[in-house]
Design a protein around this ligand. Structure first.
Ligand SMILES: [Zn+2]
Length: 235
């Protein structure tokens, strides 16, 4: 079966860190995934070589890097809301939610993946995009959406929220490493998290895990899934 899964994140590279294997597998199986990013990452930390660039220039650079990563991951669509990096919590709430809903509806997304409520790492942009995405989905404004996933976090595990879906990234590591490397301006941060990018999968980053926060109107159904498209229909 095929269906559209939408990924909604804050910055170019969030998707590659957290969901490369999931995205690539969807594409390989004939369900082209779509990505919505709230910002172009124009305030992101820069490697020494790009330290002189203005936010505008960095945004252009990161959009280009994202395009390369998208090709590697098989993302069919990458769209931007164009909000300023680092300021998502200052953006007008109603319009923000409406724009996410519009994206999900236009692509007829049936499943949505975003950050957990604490943003995973507490980044204020991650927290805000999680909240606005949940508002769009859970308010009934996106009738085609059946499931909302949060990237698994330590906080969720502590609360007893086990991941519904877990992917072993081993066979996807070469493509994930290449997509991470495509985000060249972020290389210092990438290598802090994954170690030096090479052929060997860093064991501590082996799994991509996702918690099912909402399904068909109900919060936190307790289940384990074999695949993200389980329970979706072809219509
Ligand atoms: Zn981010």
């Amino acid at each position: 079966m095929t269906a559209t899964v939408a990924f909604v994140f804050a910055h170019p590279d969030d998707e590659t860190y957290l969901a490369s294997a999931l995205i690539r597998r969807l594409a390989d199986e004939g369900s082209p995934p779509v990505l919505l990013l709230a910002t172009r990452g124009d305030a992101g930390q820069k490697n020494g070589a790009y330290a002189h660039e203005s936010p505008q220039q960095l945004g252009v650079r990161r959009e280009r890097e994202m395009q390369r990563a998208a090709e590697l991951l098989g993302l069919s669509v990458v769209e931007y809301l164009g909000y300023p990096d680092g300021k998502l919590n200052q953006m007008e709430e109603e319009e923000f939610v409406a724009r996410i809903a519009e994206f999900l509806n236009r692509h007829q997304a049936q499943a949505v993946v975003t950050f957990p409520e604490d943003g995973g790492n507490g980044h204020p942009d991650h927290v805000t995009i999680s909240k606005r995405t949940a508002q769009a989905v859970c308010s009934g404004r996106t009738p085609a959406v059946r499931k909302l996933y949060y990237v698994q976090s330590a906080a969720l595990t502590e609360q007893g929220r086990e991941p519904a879906l877990q992917l072993d990234t081993e066979s996807y590591w070469p493509v994930k490493a290449a997509a991470l490397a495509a985000h060249e301006s972020q290389r210092l941060a990438v290598e802090r998290f994954f170690g030096e990018l090479g052929n060997v999968l860093p064991e501590a980053r082996r799994y991509e895990s996702f918690a099912l926060a909402w399904e068909n109107g109900g919060g936190w159904p307790k289940k384990r899934e074999d695949w993200i498209l389980d329970g979706l229909s072809d219509e």
